[in-house]
Ligand binder design. Structure first.
Ligand code: ZN
Length: 191
């Protein structure tokens, strides 16, 4: 089932996700719907906040993306085409020191993209959809997407990571998007 993707200005996007407890059918269905929604929107990642649920849950799928990635599951290099989509529950991320700049977009900011500095290599531990522990090391696009999505789970957005120079040309569009979103919310939910 396709879920509506909430645009910037919705307060849930600034809400830290609650830790997921026991894996149940509701959560599994939510994860499946998030994958379907991400794929239909041609996104490479989607966080639970973006579909209105402040939970430590995100999905990632970079199949078909042009930018290269490396993905290790445990000690073994994984094939992106067969390892994706990834469902990450309660992920913890550790960043290596090296940084690189790359273009980034976000399904909650339709049509907006700008360069963001991110770690080139990340290490993530998480619970998978069947309850197993995932140990991920990633570089390239997957590393970038993991940082972007795990930020979402903490209420952090890519605009927070942009330099003032990268942000400046987007500011008017961001304000317009926020105003349009706030106008759709009941008065009690506005900030
Ligand atoms: Zn995003």
């Amino acid at each position: 089932m396709l879920l509506p993707i909430l645009p910037y200005g919705h307060p849930v996007l600034r809400t830290k996700g609650a830790k997921v407890g026991a894996l149940n059918d509701d959560l599994r269905q939510l994860a499946r719907n998030m994958i379907e929604t991400m794929n239909a929107a041609r996104g490479v990642g989607l966080a639970a906040q973006q579909v209105g649920r402040a939970l430590q849950l995100t999905v990632v799928d970079v199949r078909g993306a042009e930018r290269p990635s490396q993905l290790f599951l445990g000690a073994r290099e994984a094939d992106i085409e067969t390892a994706m989509p990834l469902v990450l529950i309660n992920p913890q991320i550790r960043l290596d020191e090296a940084r690189e700049e790359g273009e980034e977009g976000c399904l909650s900011f339709p049509g907006l993209c700008a360069p963001v500095m991110r770690a080139t290599t990340v290490h993530v531990t998480a619970t998978g959809l069947r309850g197993g522990k995932l140990q991920i090391t990633a570089t390239g696009l997957v590393a970038r997407v993991l940082q972007h999505e795990i930020d979402h789970l903490n209420g952090v957005l890519f605009i927070d990571r942009m330099t003032p120079e990268a942000l400046k040309p987007l500011e008017a569009a961001i304000r317009k998007l926020e105003r349009a979103t706030l106008a759709t919310l009941p008065r009690s939910r506005r900030k």
